[in-house]
Design a binder for this molecule. Structure first.
Ligand code: LLP
Length: 425
């Protein structure tokens, strides 16, 4: 089981590169990723036959290339993610270990066209997808994403199971979906369940039984099962990783029982997003103002929810550290309880908040304007959910390998911000 590195409130380097140098060279805010952390998480999951990266967590093509070279395959939820996978060197193809699988609850028209053109395998999350694919590509193999009737996530917004969720094929409709597939000559060769993101071992474990039951309904055509994603990572001091070996053991036993009853091998896939990339990512920002509002001290950063939306969306907690750049840089830290906010013209632009928007304080080293504040464990659903709100450019992304920083995405320019906009004559 991997251990969680002790979080330190003062930080001078990321993966061997100086935080101050990174900020000086690339500007702030900037996303920085530690390649080695991603590769370490890939190694943790090596016992699964296939690690299929849920690229929605962080889809820069340099990150996709990194995991591809480590033997990881990829999941795509849109035509755009398929294009990214191709740009990163994944080959379209079917078969036992298809490099790219399209998993979604609908086909956009562009996604359906692309899937047909490339012959990509599809994991159908709605009965209508079976018909839409069957009409265009009769005779294909498909997999089905089943909603087992229960789910769990770190927030209600990331729970993807149960009847309040729009995800997957309702478990009681499996038989009807098999008949739909039959009508188009589609073979159902796999089942997939993903009950939510950032859940826990107890809930994840319940999926094995539900999947096994559904697989026995489908029968011998099943050659692949997918455990989905959802593995949590520790964001707070005291939290730990789930026991991956124990988790694998549960799924492996499920897979073995199915293989025995079908009389042929069954491939076991896992589809993590957060687990592979969360810890690797740091959002480095500069403190641009410090102000007192009644009893609250605010550190105001040049990064806001346009860069990292998880706190405003879910009340998500991210560890934070300070990199002192001025005269206090060598001094022992003194601490203050502060509220940390961003530059946006919206009062919810606060990184220290709980679900429901309740502002809270964080004990952080006392800092001065010009010091850097690093928001940590921001690699998953950080840049991927960034926006241009307030006409802020998307920040650059930097990948550190062997202590060397590589720019993997340039900061947007004012021209990028207005690309495609037209004033009618
Ligand atoms: N597979 C499917 C079908 C999914 O929908 C997801 C995530 C994953 C895999 C990967 O889940 P993970 O291993 O990362 O938990 N924006 C939210 C998370 C949304 C997850 C959406 N689906 C957040 O920032 O927490």
């Amino acid at each position: 089981m991997p251990t969680s590195e002790l979080l330190s409130p003062l930080r001078t380097e990321i993966a061997g590169a100086s935080v101050a140098d990174l900020a000086g060279r690339f500007g702030t805010p900037v996303y920085v990723y530690d390649a080695e952390k991603i590769l370490a998480r890939v190694r943790d999951l090596a016992r699964f036959d296939v690690i299929r990266y849920a690229q929605k967590a962080c889809s820069n093509i340099a990150i996709l290339d990194l995991v591809r070279r480590a033997g990881v395959l990829v999941d795509a939820v849109s035509a755009g993610e398929v294009h990214r996978a191709l740009a990163a060197g994944f080959q379209p193809g079917t078969g036992k270990h298809a490099p790219i699988v399209y998993t979604a609850d609908i086909f956009d028209r562009d996604a359906l066209d692309l899937v047909i053109k490339l012959g990509l395998p599809v994991n159908c999350g709605s009965p209508d997808m079976i018909d839409q694919l069957g009409e265009r590509a009769p005779g294909s193999n498909i997999t089905l994403r089943i909603n087992p009737g229960f789910g769990h996530g770190h927030s209600q917004k990331t729970n993807t199971g149960g009847e309040q969720s729009k995800h997957g094929i309702w478990h009681e409709q499996l038989d009807g979906c098999l008949q739909r597939a039959d009508r188009h000559g589609l073979a159902v060769t796999g089942l997939h369940m993903h009950i939510g993101s950032g859940t826990d071992l107890e809930h994840l474990s319940q999926v094995c039984g539900a999947l096994e039951k559904a697989a026995l309904v489908v029968g011998r055509s099943i050659t692949t099962i997918s455990a989905g994603g959802g593995l949590p990572i520790p964001y707070r001091e005291g939290q730990s990783f789930v026991d991956v070996d124990q988790y694998f053991g549960l799924w492996d036993a499920t897979r073995r029982r199915l293989a025995e009853s079908f009389g042929h091998a069954v491939t076991l896939e896992i589809e993590p997003g957060r687990y592979l990339v969360a810890e690797s990512g740091y959002l480095v920002s500069e403190i641009r103002a410090i102000k007192q509002m009644g009893g609250n001290t605010f550190y105001l950063l040049d990064a806001g929810f346009n860069n990292l939306a998880r706190p405003i969306l879910y009340g998500a907690y991210h560890p934070m550290s300070v990199c002192r750049t001025g005269s206090a840089s060598g001094a022992e830290p003194t601490f203050a309880d502060v509220v940390v906010g961003g530059p946006l013209c919206e009062s919810g632009d606060i990184f220290t908040q709980e679900e429901g928007g309740f502002v809270c304080k964080r004990s952080l080293p006392t800092a001065a304007v010009g010091d850097l504040l690093v928001i940590e464990r921001a690699g998953a659903y950080g840049f991927a959910m960034a926006s241009n709100y307030n006409s802020k450019p998307l920040p650059p992304e930097v990948l550190i390998r062997d202590g060397k920083p590589y720019l993997i995405r340039a900061r947007q320019t004012p021209e990028d911000l207005m690309r495609g906009e037209v004033i009618p004559a």
